[in-house]
Ligand binder design. Structure first.
Ligand code: GLN
Length: 305
């Protein structure tokens, strides 16, 4: 198999990279904020981190990009560590069937977001972290640094400023949720924490390594600790499987069949439980906001597994 040393993983990865490259040119780079619209659509990287700590890369795997919604996995993990199942009184566990920034569903369901991976859900999770920590952004950045082993990970200030300037829709979600009593802190503080995490700049290697605990029953090799209980890692993977790919989670499950989280920066992290974590990145997105080339690379990978 892939991880018992009998396969040439490097050659395998390069082969997938070659084949997935053929879809460069399809899709469109995110344009909802100016800071992301200038990304080079021809970038494409992929990195694997095996559970025994080996890292393999192809293409632009060490070029930092905006993690965007992939940060929702860090937010959720830290909130579950702090609050456990009590979080589920405030956020649901079901796929949304709506775009990730939908307001209609939030209104219909009286301020309880469908799941932690749509914006409204992540904003509630961010609110919980603002309650739990004096410096929530620092806590999240530190977690990203420690889990990846890269102490130079930063928040991209241009992206953050752009998110803030164009925050109307996310602000509307946060205020609506607060009107229903499901945000406990000042909306500006919660939005700032949410945007700062979206604006973390990380590369494929950083993300594959940082989220490897989800492949390794909750154990982080970098921090050498049980970062979450094995049961919790399994549950987070279940949520990623059903809701990690926005409104395309069902289609992605059919085509790839792995727990995964995407971001509008073009990154996708996928988990092969018991074996490895993988991050693919290419900025051009399809209509659901998922990277065209990264999705294809993961599909090719899954086929060969
Ligand atoms: N910063 C983006 C937003 O809040 C993140 C969304 C995403 O990656 N889907 O709209």
């Amino acid at each position: 198999s892939l991880t018992d040393g009998t396969e040439d993983i490097q050659a395998w990865l390069e082969d997938i990279h070659q084949q997935a490259r053929t879809r460069l040119g399809q899709g469109h780079v995110a344009s909802y904020i100016p800071a992301l619209s200038t990304q080079d659509a021809n970038r494409f990287g992929i990195a694997i981190c095996t559970n025994d700590g080996r890292v393999y890369t192809a293409g632009d795997a060490r070029e930092p990009f905006s993690v965007q919604s992939i940060s929702k996995v860090f937010l959720l993990t830290l909130s579950l560590r702090a609050f456990g199942n009590a979080l589920w009184e405030r956020v649901g566990l079901n796929p949304s069937g709506m775009p990730f920034n939908s307001l209609a569903q939030l209104e219909a369901e009286r301020g309880k977001p469908r799941n932690p991976f749509i914006n409204a859900g992540a904003i509630v999770v961010a609110d919980s972290l603002v309650s739990a920590f004096a410096t929530p952004v620092q806590v999240i950045q530190d977690a990203a640094r420690r889990l990846s082993g890269n102490a130079s990970i930063l928040i991209d200030r241009d992206v953050l400023a752009s998110e803030w300037k164009h925050r109307s829709r996310n602000a509307a979600m946060a205020y609506l949720t607060k009107a229903f009593g499901n945000i406990n802190n000042e909306v500006d503080d919660v939005l700032y924490a949410y945007f700062a995490c979206c604006s973390l700049s990380m590369n494929c290697v950083d993300l594959a390594v940082a989220l490897n605990y989800l492949a390794a029953e909750g154990y982080s090799r970098k921090t050498d600790e049980q970062f979450v209980e094995a049961e919790l890692a399994r549950r987070i993977n279940s949520l990623l499987f059903t809701s990690g790919m926005y409104d395309a989670a069902g289609e992605f499950a059919y085509r790839v069949g792995l727990p995964a989280k995407s971001g509008v920066g073009g990154g996708i992290v996928a988990i092969v439980p018991g074996q490895f974590s993988v991050c693919a990145w290419s900025p051009a997105l399809d209509d659901n906001g998922n990277s065209v080339v990264a999705q294809y690379a993961l599909e090719l990978m899954s086929d060969r597994l």
